[in-house]
Write a protein that binds this ligand. Sequence first.
Ligand code: HEM
Length: 245
Amino acid sequence: MKDVPIAATSCGPARLDLLQSATGLFLALFMWLHMFFVSSILLSKDAFWTVARFFEGYFIFGRPIPLLVSAFVGFIFFIIVAHAALAMRKFPATWRQYRTFWSHMRAMHHADTTLWMVQLVTGFAMFFLASVHLYLMATHPELIGPYASADRVWSGRMWPLYLLLLFAVELHGGVGLYRLAVKWGWWSSNDPLRSRLRMKRAKWGLTLFFLALGLMSLAAYIKIGIAHAPSAGELYLPDWLQAQP
Ligand code: HEM
């Protein structure tokens, strides 16, 4: 029997692929929760204040500990860096490779190939957009609240960045989950064409839902930020806390 070359039997690439899928799935699920927490501003200022203080341990320790949020942001940043590093293995490396991919994509008119390009462009954009947001969250965790967040969005001119980041993250996450489902055979059936069509519909449904939720929340922060601009910097306190001696 002929010897099999060691490279051909290595599990390394498969392990890296699994790790890329796992970090991507974790981040996509985190972003769903993140959007629900951020959109609590649509319920009321008190609701968002409660969510923000909850993550600072206020209701457990009796006082806010913003460092808990910084530590969690650090953890999320670490997962993002790991996911991006693993994904970069698949980026075209030279201008010639980009040109070849681009001409194949245009010639084939194959939706999933085009979605891969969407994934690459939005992922690249997030290197820059997400870093700004995460840095602010890590260094000023105490400034998360109905007025502080709205002031950052409006008076701090963060809304254009959030708008771009929102579209990038929702497109990237939606396409990513769809690709994971196709790759690992989730929800596959005897009729692959039909199950792929169903997954595509679910993907667009989720993307549109979270885009709508994100846009409505951003509009709410902008509205509060405009009204609060003359007193920008002042923090929100719920009525029950103001009534305390
Ligand atoms: C633990 C990490 C994170 C924390 C604590 C956090 C917290 C927040 C908070 C409090 C807001 C409201 C606006 C503000 O206060 O400035 C916000 C908005 C936003 N965040 Fe994050 N975030 C985190 C991670 C991420 C990541 C990883 C992404 C995307 C890659 C992201 C994307 C966004 C977007 C797009 C908005 C605007 C939301 C909207 O359109 O309503 N965030 N985030």
